[in-house]
Design a protein around this ligand. Structure first.
Ligand SMILES: [Zn+2]
Length: 401
């Protein structure tokens, strides 16, 4: 059930043209080059577009008047002759991916930085996707998506290759049969970011291109269809164009768009799915997990958690035997080690084991009342309203639906 719509006939021409294009390049400076000959010094600050930009939350000092255009936040162009209404954050292609398991082949001829960035980007997507999942394969013949350097492409039928030096990546969109876009070409020569390319930029740009493979258009362009329910503006979106040097990770608005398009239809079934509340206590044991997958909507972003431990040795004489429930982060945010026990009350020994995490943990949206259960070798905390679950495992792949 895809929820997208198009409210403004004004955009129709753009949308129809854009949906014919099955690919796009991502340049750091793409739109900017068009306006270099268009500099005028017209008065600013008193027209509809300017007021609209202010209404979206831009500050006056972020809006530069270039005559026929405004240059906003350094890299977004608004044409004064056009009407910009309600630029909802997420924009989706007419085709979305219905293939539930998407095989991704990462070209082994890329260097370890790019291979690692590709794997990390896939992991970020899998942390949010529910209806589909991305899995890496070593057999190119069964790949649905290939990630490779532009210079490693041997099929001459692909145009616009090699990429210009100003383009970080280039991707294909999904096809009408529900398959993802088949390629991501990255440009290892990209070098316009004021200093050497950082690994975080490689990851975020592969993440961005994967968004195109799965049907997401640029949030700051007007191709594709608006995703109903996403915020009106989000400068932090990983799907912004012309922003390759500054992309970071999904914004909360990106995640909302992903949940609307690729989320589970109903979150309530998480209670049933994970069989909570559990009829007995949690068995004693030391449990260690390399991954935590956040399932459902409105859950915390735990992408920076790489190690978790539940160290539980309780009995009727010692009902408070949760010695450790730690989340370890790779960036020290909100801290390197957080012992959830310090921010929670719990009952794990008897039937209906549960844990209530308060708002002081420092992880936004982590606070809540959770049922807790063991699922095979894995640990799951299901928010009692059923909106989301935290699934601790030693697999980089999210649990299947
Ligand atoms: Zn793009």
């Amino acid at each position: 059930m895809t929820k997208f719509f198009n409210r403004f006939s004004f955009y129709l021409a753009t949308i129809l043209l854009a949906s014919c294009a099955s690919e796009e390049a991502d340049n750091q400076i793409d739109l900017g080059t068009e306006i270099q000959t268009q500099k005028f010094s017209l008065p600013s600050g008193n027209d509809v577009l300017y007021n609209t930009l202010i209404g979206w939350g831009y500050k006056p000092d972020q809006i530069e008047d270039l005559g026929e255009f405004y240059l906003v936040a350094g890299d977004i162009i608004f044409d004064k002759s056009k009407i910009y209404s309600d630029p909802t954050l997420s924009r989706i292609d007419g085709n979305i991916v219905t293939k539930e398991i998407v095989n991704v082949w990462i070209h082994p001829g890329m260097n370890s930085s790019w291979i690692s960035a590709s794997n990390d980007a896939l992991k970020r997507w899998n942390n949010e996707l529910e209806k589909i999942s991305l899995q890496t394969v070593s057999n190119r013949q069964i790949a649905d998506i290939e990630i490779l350097y532009d210079s490693l492409e041997t099929d001459p039928t692909f145009d616009r290759l090699p990429l210009p030096d100003s383009a970080f990546g280039y991707a294909r969109f999904p096809t009408v049969d529900g398959s993802p876009g088949i390629k991501i070409w990255v440009n290892p020569r990209f070098d316009v970011c004021n200093g050497p390319i950082r690994q975080s930029q490689r990851i975020a740009n592969v993440q961005h291109e994967l968004g195109h493979n799965l049907g997401f258009h640029h949030t700051n362009d007007f191709s594709g269809f608006q995703v109903e329910g996403t915020p009106e503006f989000d400068g932090e979106s990983v799907m912004r164009s012309g922003n390759a040097c500054f992309l970071d990770d999904f914004s909360s608005g990106d995640i909302l768009g992903i949940k609307i398009i690729y989320g589970a239809d109903t979150a309530g079934n998480l209670l049933t799915k994970y069989d909570v509340p559990r009829s007995t206590g949690i068995p004693n044991g030391f449990r260690k997990y390399s991954n935590v997958h956040v399932i459902g909507i409105n859950g915390p972003n735990l992408n920076n958690v790489f190690n978790s431990v539940l160290n539980w040795w309780g009995n009727s004489n010692n009902p408070n035997g949760l010695h450790q429930f730690t989340l370890e982060t790779n960036n020290g945010t909100p801290r390197s080690y957080t012992n959830i026990v310090d921010f929670a009350s719990y009952q794990l020994h008897q039937a209906n084991p549960e844990i209530t995490i308060n708002a002081s943990s420092g992880f936004s949206n982590l606070s809540g009342n959770y049922w807790i259960n063991i699922d095979g070798d894995n640990l799951v905390l299901v928010e009692k309203s059923g909106t989301h679950a935290l699934y601790f495992s030693n697999s980089s792949e999210a649990p299947s639906n």
